[in-house]
Design a protein around this ligand. Structure first.
Ligand SMILES: Nc1nc2c(c(=O)[nH]1)N[C@H]1C(S)=C(S)[C@@H](COP(=O)(O)OP(=O)(O)OC[C@H]3O[C@@H](n4cnc5c(N)ncnc54)[C@H](O)[C@@H]3O)O[C@H]1N2
Ligand code: MOO
Length: 642
């Protein structure tokens, strides 16, 4: 079958409009009668009226005596009134019917029993005091619920009280879910061997089915269908014949040779759109076959979830006649610059923290294949089509994905990357699971500036100042003199040349970078390693233009090591630990001091105390030493404060 390149992409708004207008959603659901006891969350199909009044009799609202109010008017503190039990006063309990010819209840606390057949009262009762009159709650014939009302637990009570045992509700939207893909294997059948051979656990159907259930629908998941057009066609037609309101095909939506859904829809019916200018979720498809909607959602898990939700939530609302609840919103600042494609609606999964009383968010990985970008996310950040990206500090509204947690339990860590920070994150997860770190690599200077702008809690820095021969402090004084912070020593590390195993090009000195046969991989400006490099190049009177690859940048030590390991470069400047991790060789050149610059309020928090105790622990130090090239003897020492 032909490969298809996306047809013109719709905006998400256009796609939703087409989806809503192409079908008579509000007429999709039939009526069904169900027992009230099973009706929680269901939607009324018509108006429901009370078949009886509640209460159906005048009932005592308090424990006490029932009386005829008019006969008690003479009672006064100075003239207690005596009433005959059984003739003028009748003992009643809450909820019991009032005896004939009584119209008020006096609470037992206000009644003085004089003898077995006489009581005394000090204050008169007014008519209907402490009485729930007939129909006080509901009068027979009164409207209890309009059509399209979603039934809450207390609604069931009102229905039963007013004489309904069964009620007409809208049937639940029924959705057929068809997973497709040769590579898929059901979770139950997934063995280690199959997975190593390239098979993938099929789980999108479960997520989509759960979404359908959450919205009040009913999902049926079909067995996995291989990427054979005839087979997929057969199953789709079978599902269309059955009693479903929507057929959803999973995967096979993009441009690959096995992506058949759109072609099949065109063959059997009408393709309404293929491709939405949104990420994730771009290759979504909507079609109509025999008046029924057929939706194709992308295979990548996050794309599948978001495409289904964004397109089908409005359709479900239209079907059910109720607005499905929106997620709560929160305003937060971008912790760092976030690029975004102009013309595409992007949905970023983000983590939230709180700095100086304001919410700050950090973007998680973007890949739509990683389902943990949703499980780890606190919120979704929607970047509209007309916005090209967000600058650090830009305020936006986020959609919260889980109950708002205590934001003081997430530390935003922006600055220079060091592998020992990943180990710190791991230790923290183990020893204080209530706290977590959200790390992003901005380089040393980027980290200091984020600290200045109230966008982070702490960050790693290793900036060498050629003038004073000092690390970090001169930069802090120069760039953020007003920011209250504490500089805590983390470790001394060895910076040097990362070269392939065996050092085939025999690179031993910085001067070798200028050699004709050597390609270098650089770090980004503002990175401590870059500052160090530029300083030493100048000292050696080496012109960067003589260095092949000087313009190519990576943002982490590991990135540099990978470039060397894969042969993209012959050499990079970085730390021993990175070289070791990929079994590369290392030529030590200069030791450097790697410190943590910490906001003062964070430094004083219980969270930092926890971090400090990890830094002081033998177990942590040993793990860092095992990385190689570290000196941890001064770890945790306070170096400077302002
Ligand atoms: N040349 C291009 N390639 C791709 C494009 C593109 O525009 N041009 N778009 C990419 C985008 S964006 C997405 S999203 C995916 C969508 O792919 P498909 O819908 O065709 O799905 P597959 O390729 O079959 O699968 C993608 C991925 O997801 C896994 N998968 C599929 N179904 C399930 C399931 N039910 N449960 C769990 N995981 C599933 C599958 O194994 C693949 O790993 O295409 C890009 N490519
Ligand atoms: O747009 Mo695809 O839907 O990112 O992963």
């Amino acid at each position: 079958m032909k490969r298809r390149i996306y047809l013109r992409k719709k905006t998400l708004e256009e796609a939703i409009k087409i989806t809503l207008e192409a079908f008579a959603w509000p007429r999709f659901l039939k009526k069904e009668n169900i027992p009230v006891k099973n009706a929680l969350g269901r939607i009324t199909a018509e108006a429901i009226y009370a078949k009886r009044s509640v209460p159906a009799f005048n009932a005592a609202a308090m424990d006490g005596i029932a009386v005829q109010a008019e006969k008690t008017f003479g009672a006064h503190e100075s003239h207690p009134l005596r009433l005959k039990v059984g003739q003028e006063a009748f003992f009643v309990n809450t909820g019991e019917p009032l005896p004939p010819d009584t119209n008020a209840v006096i609470m037992i606390e206000e009644v003085h029993q004089v003898s077995e057949d006489e009581v005394e009262i000090m204050t008169p009762a007014f008519p209907w005091q402490h009485v729930r009159k007939i129909g006080e709650d509901v009068v027979e014939g009164e409207l209890i619920f309009p059509p399209s009302h979603k039934l809450a637990p207390w609604d069931l009570g009102a229905l039963l009280a007013t004489g309904h045992l069964e009620i007409p509700v809208k049937e639940r939207p029924k959705v057929a879910i068809i997973p497709t893909g040769d590579e898929l294997v059901s979770p139950e059948e997934a063995t280690e061997e199959l997975l190593k051979e390239g098979r993938t656990v099929e789980f999108n159907s479960t997520m989509i089915a759960a979404t359908v259930e959450e919205w009040g629908g009913k999902a049926q998941v079909f067995p996995i269908v291989p990427d054979i057009p005839e087979e997929i066609e057969k199953v789709i037609l079978e599902a269309l014949e059955a009693d479903f309101h929507l057929v959803t095909v999973l995967a096979g939506s993009s441009a690959g040779s096995k992506d058949h859904t759109a072609n099949l829809i065109e063959k059997e019916g009408e393709l309404l759109f293929h491709g939405i200018a949104m990420m994730p979720g771009k290759p979504a498809i909507l079609g109509r076959i025999k008046e029924k909607p057929i939706l194709g959602v992308p295979g990548y898990p996050v794309s599948a979830v978001l495409a289904f939700e964004k397109l089908m939530k409005p359709a479900f609302s239209a079907m059910l006649g109720v607005r499905l609840p929106e997620r709560p919103k929160v305003t937060a600042k971008a912790g760092r610059k976030i690029p975004s494609r102009l013309g595409t609606r992007e949905f970023l999964r983000v983590r939230l923290g709180e700095v100086a009383g304001e919410k700050v968010f950090m973007q998680l990985k973007r890949g739509a294949g990683a389902i943990t970008t949703l499980t780890k996310a606190d919120a979704l950040c929607e970047i509209p089509e007309e916005v090209e990206g967000l600058d650090a500090g830009t305020k936006v509204t986020l959609e919260i994905l889980r109950p708002e947690k205590d934001l003081s339990h997430t530390a935003l860590v922006l600055g220079s990357h060091d592998m020992a920070l990943d180990i710190l994150e791991e230790f923290l997860k183990k020893e204080a699971p209530e706290y977590d770190l959200s790390l992003a690599h901005l380089g040393s200077l980027g980290g200091l500036l984020a600290l200045r702008d109230n966008l982070s809690h702490f960050g790693g820095t290793h900036l060498f100042d050629p003038e004073t021969g000092e690390f970090n402090v001169p930069y802090i004084k120069r760039h953020l003199p007003e920011t209250p912070l504490v500089l805590v020593h983390f470790a001394y590390r060895e910076q040097g040349l990362i070269v392939p195993k065996g050092n085939p090009k025999n690179i031993t000195r910085l001067e070798d970078l200028a050699r004709e046969d050597v390609t270098f991989i650089n770090r980004q400006p503002g990175a401590g390693t870059r500052v160090l490099l530029d300083y030493h190049l100048e000292k050696l009177d080496l012109n960067p233009r003589q260095i092949k690859g000087y313009e190519t940048e990576e943002t982490t030590h590991l990135g540099v090591a990978i470039a060397v390991a894969t042969g993209r470069a012959d050499v990079g400047l970085g730390i021993l630990a990175a070289a070791r991790l990929l079994s590369l060789d290392f030529v030590p050149l200069f030791p450097e001091r790697y410190d943590l610059a910490v906001r003062k309020d964070f430094f004083l928090s219980p969270f930092w105390q926890k971090i400090a105790s990890i830094l002081a622990s033998q177990a942590f130090r040993e793990r860092v030493l095992a990385l190689g090239g570290y000196d941890v003897s001064q770890m945790g020492k306070m170096l400077y404060e302002q």
